[in-house]
Design a binder for this molecule. Structure first.
Ligand code: A2P
Length: 352
């Protein structure tokens, strides 16, 4: 690619779309042009890209006539309709929604973990769920070294994962609560899940529901972590259980991860391994109170791992604390990194 790629961001005004634009400002990808797409409501608004003012356009099928790579983050319904339209017009789609993730024809990729899956793409590549991505970055080096029998994860997820409006909801509720309103006067409209029947306050709260409930009383978010782990690690035998919890943090998902490996590995060996693993920053020194924190992860591309310690009862059991910026590695950065990897592997084309 001599001149560079023509890139579109779908959902350019959203929590993730805004971060995609920032990641594209920093990318090593050669860029010829950037097109910002959103709903009719946003058409005509402007955004600065590397000092240049760009005007947001309304998303229509023909938006993709002159696009090589389209990054989607405008909700599953939009991806369902417009991703195939983009591919039809010759664009390779990196989709941040859950819509295509479990489609057998669609690679689900974390570049540090399974870049080879990109070779099978037919035009659409799915970006995994934010909580899954950071867990995969932390666990893949351990899986390669010692095998993995079981994962039990509890998440502490930030509100920005539910979109820009959910962040506004948290801030409004927090202000109102501190100004003296009671919890029953906060009038939540979005969380825990915009499409569900009831809404609960997130300010000063913890909600054990992310997305709506599905089979066996697990939420979809929990099923995403289970199914996507199997697909990315290409191993359905790994036992996975997840409990996903929303907490009143703006950005940065935290996870308490318990694993059982096939071969015993000491906590020190895990630390040494993760210290040199791609995309991981080890922050683990209890004597100095060093461990990953959500606030410190914001605007960083890495996944931070700490509190690595052996289970007291199971010989092959290990506990750890895994933190990453859900809008970056969990979404925008992973998507742009997929585009960079496609470029490096000469795969930015829709196969005939
Ligand atoms: P808009 O701001 O014009 O509504 P978030 O995940 O933060 O909620 O953001 C959702 C993103 O998806 C926004 O950029 C939003 O644009 C975009 N979006 C929502 N509905 C549509 C639509 N019908 N067509 C195009 N973009 C849409």
């Amino acid at each position: 690619m001599e001149k560079g790629y023509r890139i579109a961001v779908v959902g350019a005004t959203g929590a993730v779309g805004t971060k995609m634009i920032e990641m594209l400002e920093e990318t090593t990808l050669p860029i010829e042009s950037i097109k910002l797409l959103a709903s009719k409501r946003s058409a005509g608004k402007t955004r600065i890209f590397n000092g240049v003012t760009l005007t947001i356009e309304e998303l229509v099928p023909d938006s993709f006539n002159d696009v090589d790579i389209a990054l989607f983050s405008a909700g599953g319904g939009i991806s369902k309709i417009y991703a195939p339209e983009a591919v039809k017009r010759g664009a390779v789609v990196v989709d941040n929604t859950s819509y295509f993730r479990m489609d057998k024809e669609v690679p689900l990729v974390v570049p540090e973990v399974n870049p080879a899956a990109l070779k099978r793409h037919k035009g659409i590549i799915a970006n995994p769920n934010c909580s899954t991505i950071q867990m995969m970055v932390a666990l893949e080096p351990i899986r390669k070294e010692a095998g993995l029998n079981r994962i039990i994860v509890s998440t502490y997820q930030a509100v920005s994962g539910a979109g820009a409006k959910a962040v506004e909801e948290l801030k409004r509720e927090a202000k109102e609560f501190l100004a003296g309103k009671s919890k029953d006067e906060l009038d939540p409209q979005i969380l825990p899940a915009g499409s569900d029947k009831k809404h609960y306050s997130i300010a000063f709260n913890a909600l054990p529901q992310i997305d709506v409930f599905a089979e066996d009383d697990y939420t979809y978010e929990e099923w995403k972590m289970i199914n996507e782990t199997h697909k990315i690690m290409e191993d359905d035998a790994i036992k996975v259980a997840a409990t996903c919890v929303r907490i009143p943090v703006v950005s940065g998902h935290s996870e308490s991860v318990y694993i059982e490996t096939k071969k015993e590995m000491s906590p020190q060996a895990v630390k040494d391994l993760l210290a040199k693993s791609p995309g991981v920053t080890l922050e683990d020194d209890p004597s100095q109170q060093i461990y990953p924190q959500a606030l410190n992860s914001v605007d960083k591309k890495d996944t931070f791992v700490g509190r690595i310690r052996r289970d007291l009862d199971v010989k092959t059991g290990l506990h750890m604390w895994v933190v990453s910026d859900n809008l970056l590695k969990g979404a925008a950065w992973n998507s742009v990194q997929i585009a960079e990897t496609l470029h490096e592997m000469d795969l930015v084309r829709v196969p005939k």
